[in-house]
Design a protein around this ligand. Sequence first.
Ligand code: BES
Ligand code: MN
Ligand code: ZN
Length: 480
Amino acid sequence: MKIIIRDINETAAACDALVLPFPEGEKSVPYKDINRALNNATDRIMSSKEFTGKLNEVCLIHTQGKIKPDRILLVGLGEREEITRDKLRRAGGRAASYLSGLNMKNVALSTRTILSLRLSPVDFVEGGLLADYRFTQYKKEEDRRGLEKLTILSDQDLHKQIRRLEAAVSAVHFARNLVNTPSNDMTPSALVKAARSLRKVSVKVIDRRQAERLGLGAYLSVAKGSAEPPKFIVITYKGKNVKPIALIGKAITFDSGGISLKPSEGMEKMKYDMAGGAAVLGVLKAVSEMKMPLHIIGILPAAENLPGGSAFKPGDVVKTLEGKTVEITSTDAEGRLTVADAIGYAKRLNPSAIIDIATLTGACSIALGNEAIAMMGNDGSLMEKMKKASEEASERVWHMPLFEEYLDYIKSDIADLKNSSGRTGSLVAAGYFLKEFAGDTPWLHLDIAGTAWLDKDRPYSPKGATGIGVRLLLNFLRLL
Ligand code: BES
Ligand code: MN
Ligand code: ZN
């Protein structure tokens, strides 16, 4: 969608629909010119309570040639005192989906009320852009509805903020596309292609043979059951000459559970087990587009987890890059094996911090639902920063403990560690497993199993892949 910013009156903005955000229960209409031109239509609609301004309420009015916009769309923001940045995003998302559902192409936004509330219209626009997403690649009939042009009516210079927003949102859409793509097409090799599509980064791909030579034994064990060749992908963006930050994204392109096979019900969703990797690719895309002054190394230990004649098995013992041995007690606890080797690899690059993002445990979504990312780590100040970044992005994180006692959960009789201890505390046991590999390096773990996929539409996240983590990590990197 093309976005332009113009300093003209609402009545003069030629468009299919002009969006007028509105707080709840206001007595007088803030859009006096429009109200007058439409013979008090907005006033009458409010006094008849056809529209009251409740959050996400909408009301479309035809202007019948009395002003330049063909229609106006009133959008509720809820009670004046309770309007937050995220409510603006939600209202913006609601407005965009409503209008694109009606096949509107050319829309304008009045920023008057949002500015008078001392809030930023950019948040409203963000919600609109995030909502304006559909995954249509596999549909024969091209029903690509979508907004084409947005005119923001403002006398403020929003250009820089809008350019940044566009880079971030296009990175979210990029990540959503990767995650929504089915695993027959979204293979480890396809992730390599996606990484190579990024500009201003260098991409190194470690294949099975090289990984064997390096000693990425835990990672490779996961890939053994699949005919899809594993690809350990390392992407470097160097916008500044400092120690790198390593961003690791779990990238299991399909998780059947392997020999510890998952139940078939809902298994189709396990194509989203590479959502962490997609988020990392999205972040690198935006960071390089914005030329951020950072040094980032993205690592995607990509593989497919399938059962088969050559698959790894419960009881096997594998050797990690770090040298620690791991007894496999469940082939379905594969993510921590791949991420552990990625952490080992990252440590050799002498990073200032390691962040991993992964759809690691079903227990994460059982504990927090779709509402928050589970955060764990060994460094208080990293976690503080992540918390702050999460509040701004409204991609919430919730801090989970890594008590020493959890070490007992992953002790093995025959190896240094085991990869699964069953269901008790499996969210934090998985985190603790990774902590054993991070050692003294500042490290933070984000479990996005509950937030990376939605079964129902939300105001600015259509159902399916959410692209979670992209905006959070971009905010986090900006705070460093
Ligand atoms: N990819 C799954 C976690 C998952 C489950 C993500 C549901 C999204 C939705 C992970 O590899 C897994 O299977 N974890 C197991 C661990 C268990 C064997 C200790 C789990 O959570 O059941
Ligand atoms: Mn699994
Ligand atoms: Zn998995």
